[in-house]
Design a protein around this ligand. Structure first.
Ligand SMILES: Nc1ncnc2c1ncn2[C@@H]1O[C@H](COP(=O)(O)OP(=O)(O)OP(=O)(O)O)[C@@H](O)[C@H]1O
Ligand SMILES: CC(C)(CO)[C@@H](O)C(=O)[O-]
Ligand code: BAL
Length: 295
C-alpha cells in the first residue's frame, strides 16, 4: 500500500480553489467528480470514488466531520478521525485531491446567519430523531459543492434519506451538478459498512446483523408479492426477536422500520419503495435500507 502515490491534500479553501483553477487551466475538458465523506473510510466510501471515476476524470474527496449536522448530545467529539490511514486507502482507488478542512475553515464566521431549510422530507424518520441533522448536511453539501464546482457528486444509498434530500436541494435550488447515487456496500455477513461500526464490540456487531436480517425478511415478502403490512410485519418480527434475546452488553432498541417513497420518504403501499431501519445497538445508532418494489 505504501508504494502507491498518496493523493494531494489541501486544508484551506484558498488552496482548494487555486489547485482546482490550475487543474481546470491545464485540463479544461476534464470533468471533476466530488465524493464527500466524514473520513474513517471503508470499502463503501471507496466504492463511491470508483463510481465517481466512471463519470469524471479528476476526483476530489472531502474529509470533514461537519459539526452542524450533529446535535449536542451526539458523537461529534468521539467520531473517528484517521487522516493518514484514509489517504492510504484513497490511494488504492486513485484519488486526485483530498480536501480536509477544519471547522473554522468551513465556518469562518461561526454560526451561519443564512441556512437551508431541507423541507418536509427532513422531518420524518432520521429527521424525527435528528431534527437539526439534514439542515446541517444541506448546509455543508451546498458549501462544498460551491467551493469545488464539480460536474458530478456521488453519495451512498446507505444514507437513503440524505441522498433524496440532496437530490431535492440540487433540483429546487438549481445547483449545477449531477448527483449520482451508489449502492450499499455490505460486509460478507450482510452488515452495511459504516464508520460507526468501529464503535461495536464483537457481541454488539453480532446483534447488529439483525438490522440487515430484518430488512431481508421484508424484501423476501416483497419479492413474493406481499402487501405493505406483510412486508413490515416480517421485518418487525425479526427485529423484535433480536431485541428480546439480545445480550445485556449488546442491547437492541428499534427506532423505526418504514416502507417509504424513495423521493418524499412518505409511507407507500405500492410501487418502488425504500424499506428502511434505524436502531441503537448498545449506544451506537445504525441505519440500513433496501430498495423494494411493492406489488
Ligand atoms: N456501506 C456503504 N455503502 C455505500 N456508501 C456508503 C456506505 N457507507 C457510507 N456510504 C456513503 O459515504 C458517504 C459518506 O458517509 P459517511 O462518511 O457518513 O460514512 P458512514 O460510514 O455512513 O459513516 P456513519 O457511520 O457516520 O454513518 C455518504 O454518501 C454515505 O452514504
Ligand atoms: C454528506 C456528508 C459528508 C456531509 O457532511 C455526511 O452527511 C456523510 O458522510 O454522509
Ligand atoms: N452518514 C451520515 C452522517 C451522519 O450520520 O452524521
Amino acid at each position: 500500500m505504501s508504494e502507491l502515490k498518496l493523493p494531494a491534500v489541501v486544508k484551506t479553501r484558498a488552496e482548494l480553489i487555486t489547485t482546482l483553477e490550475n487543474q481546470r487551466d491545464a485540463h479544461p475538458r476534464q470533468l471533476i467528480g466530488l465524493v464527500m465523506t466524514m473520513g474513517a473510510l471503508h470499502a463503501g466510501h471507496l466504492s463511491l470514488v470508483e463510481e465517481a471515476r466512471k463519470h469524471s476524470d479528476y476526483i476530489v474527496v472531502s474529509i470533514f466531520v461537519n459539526p452542524t449536522q450533529f446535535a449536542p448530545n451526539e458523537d461529534f467529539d468521539a467520531y473517528p478521525r484517521q487522516l493518514e490511514k484514509d489517504l492510504e486507502l484513497l490511494a488504492t482507488v486513485g484519488t486526485d485531491l483530498v480536501f480536509a478542512p477544519t471547522p473554522e475553515e468551513i465556518y469562518p464566521n461561526g454560526e451561519s446567519r443564512v441556512t437551508i431549510n431541507p423541507g418536509p422530507t427532513a422531518t420524518v424518520l432520521e429527521g424525527k430523531t435528528r431534527p437539526t441533522h439534514f439542515a446541517g448536511v444541506c448546509q455543508v453539501v451546498h458549501k462544498v459543492i460551491n467551493l469545488v464546482s464539480p460536474n458530478v457528486a456521488v453519495f451512498g444509498q446507505k444514507d437513503a434519506q440524505q441522498l433524496a434530500i440532496i437530490r431535492q436541494m440540487v433540483s429546487d435550488l438549481d445547483m449545477s451538478v449531477t448527483i449520482v447515487g451508489a449502492p450499499i456496500v455490505r460486509a460478507e455477513d450482510g452488515l452495511a459498512l459504516s464508520s460507526r461500526n468501529a464503535y461495536l464490540s464483537p457481541v454488539q456487531r453480532e446483534t447488529a446483523l439483525s438490522l440487515s436480517a430484518s430488512l431481508r425478511a421484508g424484501v423476501s415478502i416483497a419479492t413474493q408479492g406481499g402487501t405493505r403490512a406483510e412486508i413490515l410485519a416480517a421485518a418487525e418480527t425479526v427485529i423484535s426477536e433480536a431485541s428480546a434475546t439480545a445480550d445485556s452488553q449488546a442491547t437492541l432498541v428499534l427506532d423505526y422500520i418504514a416502507l417509504v417513497d424513495p423521493v418524499t420518504f412518505e409511507d407507500v403501499d405500492h410501487g418502488p419503495a425504500v424499506l428502511a431501519i434505524a436502531a441503537k445497538v448498545g449506544t451506537t445508532r445504525l441505519i440500513d435500507n433496501y430498495l423494494v418494489e411493492v406489488k
